[in-house]
Design a protein around this ligand. Structure first.
Ligand SMILES: *[C@@H]1O[C@H](CO)[C@@H](O)[C@H](O)[C@H]1NC(C)=O
Ligand SMILES: *[C@@H]1O[C@H](CO)[C@@H](O)[C@H](O)[C@H]1NC(C)=O
Length: 354
């Protein structure tokens, strides 16, 4: 393992974004300061493999950055803030803990939480609906169109779909205002500092016209095969915990994707492959690799998927491979781009290493 190069990315909320790049002494961990200098948040960008390719897609100097912004032709204005978007199916009992973690006002850039109520035959209990009033962050429980996991990417969400909320009816028109969502499963409770930091990384890249998915679970697909665990390189992050532009959610519903979307619905052979499909949609649209953020205290592996492999679904990997092959047939090859960059929060400032 080789650590190369040091990159410091500083964000000033007043002056807009700016990157400062500093070369570190050889073999020092690459440091990636992302926003929140005031809270002392420091992220590490770790690279594996040889020096030539390591961290190659992290901006390396002022020129690279301005050139890149020019090449991509725009500095899109991605509105600040993000919405949490979470499907939940018959698991109301999990939601109080989920909301206590995320909707308590501890994530500065979070503007709202949308829980997609997948079960068409039930409604939130009165007790749960009333409990929403205690959260300072706007919370919306919305009914999905159907049971398909495709629906976790439905956007925009009409305010007529709200079935419980702590926002008065007149205030609900901003329901689908976000440019960025965190797609996350209802049983995942991360440290909120990692959620804010993941958002800051996402927003920096998106603001430079270089948007990429930032996610907490990485996987690698090579030669049509789905690999888990990911190797030092990866080319997808899973939507059970990933930041997305809402324009990618809209792109997921393009007419020409109808056939592959149908393939991932319940009862079809590709059920539950919607997360892989989203990675294909984004890679096809952006041509960029995703970014893997290794959250503190979270196993980079996937608890559910681990259990799935050992207990419930011995064929899970081959099932995923079948999905991959269909998607690659649709795209006439793989649009996925590999990278080895990993982002991690460090608990001490960079100077401690000198
Ligand atoms: C990059 O830009 C900053 C701010 O404009 C400047 O202070 C710094 O010296 C520049 N770095 C290099 C390597 O040109
Ligand atoms: C995206 O997919 C279309 C076909 O659906 C293809 O023509 C195009 O080259 C792809 N772009 C990328 C970057 O993969």
């Amino acid at each position: 393992m080789v650590f190369v190069r040091s990159v410091i990315l500083r964000v000033s909320p007043v002056l807009g974004s700016s990157f400062y790049v500093r070369r570190a002494r050889r073999n020092i961990t690459v440091a990636f300061f992302v926003g929140l200098i005031t809270t002392g948040l420091v992220l590490s960008c770790l690279s594996f493999g040889d020096k030539a390719t390591a961290c190659s897609d992290v901006p390396t100097d002022n020129d690279t950055i301005s050139t890149h912004a020019k090449v991509t032709g725009r500095r899109p204005s991605v509105r600040p803030g993000f919405t949490i978007l979470t499907p939940s199916y018959k698991r109301e009992s999990l939601l109080p803990a989920f909301l206590s973690t995320y909707a308590s006002g501890n994530i500065p850039s979070l503007t709202s939480v949308i829980i997609q109520w997948v079960d068409q035959d039930s409604a939130p209990s009165d007790g749960f609906a009333q409990s929403l009033a205690k959260y300072p962050v706007p919370v919306y429980i919305v009914r999905t169109v159907d049971r398909s996991l495709n629906d976790r990417f439905r956007w925009p969400i009409p305010s007529s779909k709200v079935i419980a909320s702590n926002v008065h009816e007149q205030g609900r028109s901003s329901l689908s205002d976000a440019d960025v969502v965190l797609s996350i499963d209802d049983d995942l409770t991360f440290n909120v500092v990692d959620i804010e930091a993941g958002y800051q990384v996402f927003h920096e890249y998106a603001s430079l016209g270089n948007p990429r998915m930032v996610g907490y679970f990485a996987r690698d697909i090579e030669s049509g095969l789905y690999h888990y665990p990911a190797r030092p390189t990866y080319n997808i992050v899973l939507t059970k915990g990933a930041f997305l532009l809402t324009e990618w959610l809209t792109a997921y519903w393009a007419d020409d994707l109808a056939q592959v979307r149908d393939y991932v619905t319940p009862g079809q052979p590709g059920r539950n492959c919607e997360d892989i499909l989203m990675s294909y949609v984004v890679a096809n649209k952006t041509g960029h690799p995703p970014l893997f953020y290794e959250a503190v205290g979270v196993d980079a592996g996937d608890r559910k998927e681990n259990h799935g492999i050992s207990i419930n679904h011995p064929n899970l990997l081959s099932h995923r491979t079948t999905c991959v092959q269909l998607f690659e047939k649709h795209y006439g090859g793989s649009p996925l781009v590999s990278t080895s960059v990993q982002i991690r929060r460090r608990l001490q400032p960079l100077t401690a290493h000198h």
